[in-house]
Design a protein around this ligand. Structure first.
Ligand SMILES: *[C@@H]1O[C@H](CO)[C@@H](O)[C@H](O)[C@H]1NC(C)=O
Ligand SMILES: *[C@@H]1O[C@H](CO)[C@@H](O)[C@H](O)[C@H]1NC(C)=O
Ligand SMILES: *[C@@H]1O[C@H](CO)[C@@H](O)[C@H](O)[C@H]1NC(C)=O
Ligand SMILES: *[C@@H]1O[C@H](CO)[C@@H](O)[C@H](O)[C@H]1NC(C)=O
Ligand SMILES: *[C@@H]1O[C@H](CO)[C@@H](O)[C@H](O)[C@H]1NC(C)=O
Ligand SMILES: *[C@@H]1O[C@H](CO)[C@@H](O)[C@H](O)[C@H]1NC(C)=O
Length: 322
């Protein structure tokens, strides 16, 4: 067995490709990825220093491979080193990629080493949490700027990014998202940092919800279907960030029972190239509990976010005292 993979190793070493570096914090979860190839049949991971195959997850394993991914749950200082993934194709050819992993020791008083950086985000206010897509069901617990927790009205927090209202020069800096990943009941911290550089360009228009009006009450009948339309003006010309969506009691519709709630979005340009989005929430059947719920339309662009909440009420006042 050892002999076979040594031969394998010596053949792939000659065709080894690009090298990539991954920076991680000690004691955090880390997952690194082998490039994707549609015709790949199998991916094998090796530790370069020992030439050993890294097997799939077993009971209690800390480092394991899972197809294109190599997992460290969690990282340890001695994991620093070189790893290779070898892709086997259906014609028996292989391609390999070297990855270098650097684990930074945890030190008191140093929040995140400045080396842990992902590509710069130059822009208009949206900062996406790097690497979070590698982790299933991860939850961001905190954002930091230059190691200080981010707080305040100017930051709109979404599932995988933050949005800075009207970014200015003072907003430039290192942004770190810290999230929690749960694997088989064990919780791991992960942090990832990127640079944000604001781009002082024209400002879009403050988002404006044309309808519904905040606090509108809509008359409904139990058991009937309902469509709630929300239209917002977001700026002049197509906006890089343009979200118009519905929440029911602060829960985004995409997390609700699809057979009861779903939404559809359209966009269009009005006069003077004003950019609008319109999202319709469809409720298949009004139930009693919907009469107690808040239906909130949220409109977000790169500048700001705004909301309008409506509630439902039965058409016939005789139905009860509510
Ligand atoms: C990893 O590879 C690089 C260059 O390929 C080499 O300079 C470095 O010493 C290696 N690191 C370890 C820990 O072997
Ligand atoms: C690939 O290798 C396997 C085992 O060495 C062999 O059985 C198979 O015929 C080869 N396939 C091709 C397309 O060369
Ligand atoms: C990211 O921004 C930093 C600081 O301005 C700069 O030194 C670095 O070259 C930038 N990197 C890229 C890839 O643009
Ligand atoms: C995702 O996380 C939520 C809350 O943390 C949990 O309730 C849910 O079961 C998780 N889903 C999966 C598929 O792990
Ligand atoms: C995650 O980090 C926080 C502090 O940033 C710490 O309090 C917590 O214990 C850590 N959790 C795990 C599972 O390591
Ligand atoms: C609906 O919104 C009102 C006003 O903000 C609030 O008092 C109420 O608790 C909300 N209801 C629910 C179910 O969240």
């Amino acid at each position: 067995m050892g002999y076979v993979h040594l031969i394998f190793l010596s053949t792939f070493l000659s065709v080894s490709m690009t090298s990539e570096t991954f920076e991680a914090m000690e004691g955090e979860a880390l997952v690194i990825k082998c490039p994707r190839w549609s015709s790949s049949v199998k991916v094998t991971w090796y530790h370069m220093d020992t030439s050993k195959i890294i097997p799939a997850e077993e009971e209690g394993s800390r480092i394991f491979s899972s197809k294109r991914f190599l997992w460290f749950l969690p990282t340890s200082r001695e994991d620093s080193g070189n790893y290779t993934c070898v892709i086997l194709f259906s014609n028996n050819r292989t391609k390999s990629f070297d990855m270098s992993v650097h684990v930074h020791p945890y030190e008191r008083g140093i929040c995140f080493p400045s080396q842990i950086r992902y590509p710069n985000d130059t822009g208009r206010g949206k900062i996406v949490c790097p690497t979070i897509d590698n982790y299933k069901n991860a939850t961001i617990i905190q954002w930091y700027k230059d190691c200080k927790p981010l707080q305040g009205e100017r930051y709109f927090k979404a599932e995988k990014y933050i949005f800075i209202n009207n970014p200015r020069k003072e907003d430039d800096g290192y942004y770190t998202c810290q999230f929690i990943y749960t694997h088989k009941g064990n919780m791991f911290n992960v942090s990832a940092t990127r640079i944000f550089i604001s781009k002082e360009k024209h400002s879009p228009l403050p988002p404006q919800i044309l309808f519904p009006k905040d606090n509108d009450v809509i008359e409904v009948e139990l058991g009937a279907a309902l469509s709630l339309k929300c239209q917002a003006r977001l700026g002049i010309k197509k906006q890089p960030i343009a979200v118009v969506t519905w929440d029911v009691d602060n829960v985004p519709v995409k997390y609700l029972d699809f057979s009861r709630f779903n939404e559809k979005t359209n966009f269009f340009e009005g006069r003077a190239q004003e950019y609008y989005r319109e999202t319709t929430l469809h409720i298949t059947e009004i139930k009693k509990e919907d009469l107690q719920a808040n239906f909130t339309c949220v409109a977000v662009n790169e500048m700001h976010n705004t909301k309008a909440t409506v509630t439902l009420q039965l058409k016939t006042p005789r139905e009860g005292l509510q």
